[in-house]
Design a protein around this ligand. Structure first.
Ligand code: GRF
Length: 189
């Protein structure tokens, strides 16, 4: 089964997913990363993909006149790759229906959805009076961070936990949950 992975920046989730796919034997499926897409030519994650022998395709959003035109380029590349599932691993672009209606995709989000949608989720959930926080993997739909939730992990905010420790905890959970969710979705007959 072929997948595409899309990312924008640091790429730690990309790296953990590639490591996992490299190390894990699947019961029913052979999973091939048919395509890695990055929308920034200077993203540190590009080197991480190269270490796994994957050369990311750069689709630079700044070179397209509209979100729709950018999405068309994404859809075209994904279709061509034959990927049946696209994994957004820190892909920081808002997608239009051009993408969401044509591509089956999952996204990783650093909060317990439906709370704290959008790009400031970690800070908002840290600042909230809630005693727990967490992360979500969900299907990508037309509504930003609003598609069906597939899996979540949560933790208790400990007394006196600072922002850095909070963020580290979020990322540690993400690094586990995204690969597990990809396995759960694809390792089927
Ligand atoms: C993650 O926190 C993810 O939830 C968010 O962007 C971050 C990506 O981090 N959408 P990285 O590039 O995988 O290190």
């Amino acid at each position: 089964k072929k997948i595409a992975i899309l990312f924008s920046g640091t790429g730690t989730n990309l790296e953990k997913l590639l490591e996992f796919l490299h190390q894990t034997s699947f019961e029913y499926a052979t999973i091939e990363v048919a395509l890695v897409i990055c929308n920034r030519s200077d993203a540190p994650g590009i080197e991480k993909a190269r270490r796994f022998g994957l050369e990311p395709l750069i689709i630079d959003h700044t070179l397209y006149p509209s979100r729709e035109a950018f999405d068309e380029a994404l859809v075209h590349a994904i279709d061509k790759s034959g990927a049946e599932l696209s994994v957004l691993a820190g892909f920081m672009r808002i997608l239009t229906p051009i993408f969401t209606r044509h591509i089956k995709a999952i996204n990783l989000h650093p909060s317990l959805l439906p709370l704290f949608k959008g790009s400031n989720a970690i800070k908002e959930s840290f600042d909230s009076p809630m005693k727990v926080a967490g992360i979500s993997v969900h299907y990508v739909s037309e509504e930003l961070d609003g598609g069906d939730i597939i899996a979540q992990r949560c933790f208790e905010k400990s007394e006196g936990m600072n922002f850095e420790a909070f963020e580290d905890k979020i990322h540690a959970l993400e690094h586990e949950l995204l690969p597990q969710t990809v396995k759960k979705l694809l390792d089927r007959k």
